[in-house]
Design a protein around this ligand. Sequence first.
Ligand code: CP
Ligand code: NVA
Length: 309
Amino acid sequence: MKHFINLKNISSKDLRKILSDAKKRKNLRKNLNTLDLDKDAPLKGKLLIQMFEKSSLRTRLSFYLAIKQLGGGTITLRSNELHLEHGGESLEDTAKILSTYGDGFMFRTNSDRKINEFKNYLSIPVINGLSPSSHPTQVLSDVFTIEEIKKKNISDLTIVWIGDSNNVLNSLIIASVKFGFKLKIGCPRGFTPKKSILEWVKKNGKKIDIFFNAEDAIKNSDVVFSDKVISLNDKVNKKKKLAQFKKFKITEKLFSKAKKDCIFLHCLPRGSEVDEKVFFSNRSKVWQQALNRVHVQKSILLYCLGKLR
Ligand code: CP
Ligand code: NVA
């Protein structure tokens, strides 16, 4: 069994294996209905327990479909319905009970410490479905979407992130090292990624270009990523932060500075960081991006449960 908490701890080889399994499985499902099982139903009889400490639309639904299509089932818990914390039940006991009933645990948390504590007490794999510091299932799936659309290895492409240095960007930075692609970041001064992650990048022999001007950042890019300026965890002065990002909005004018065939991606939900003209244009691939999470998460589940071919 293997955990899926941070892309840092997963080898490039295993990440590649997950993506190629997802590609095969997606192709094999072309004529199947949403709830039809993959022919081999490799997770038949398995239960994925999902728990959310924060809101979710896509992660919840895509993991539901992922485990179903593999032949298993899922139950979704809200953390405030358990005895954990307010009811006084310990995390250790909770983890042991989850391991007794379930085969995998998908956790969206507002604490990186908590997911690591769960890992220590669980005897089933834990998957990070978004934490304050990373969103690994999202980003691995986004690598899949980019290669699917561009029909190229991502290492031959230039990716640019315009926006806040948040959990999604952290995972994208790690992915740029694991998959060897060129990553540029465009953000206002004072909003660059944390030193620790940039040091990790350096230690791994990679360089990421940071621009404080969105037009400079977006030039020559194949893929533009954006995300909400205010993340679920942000306890900031929202009005002030939104004003600081004003020049980093993806307008048609800004997007036109990228390559002619550049695509736009966004993990969703969106705020005001992208103009509707770009968001609803045919170069925006956000719906395909959201759907691919089902396919990639299936292969993540197989990796975690030791069933990846
Ligand atoms: N992109 C993403 O994780 O969406 P949800 O917050 O709706 O799960
Ligand atoms: N950065 C966003 C991603 C939401 C899926 C957040 O953490 O709120």
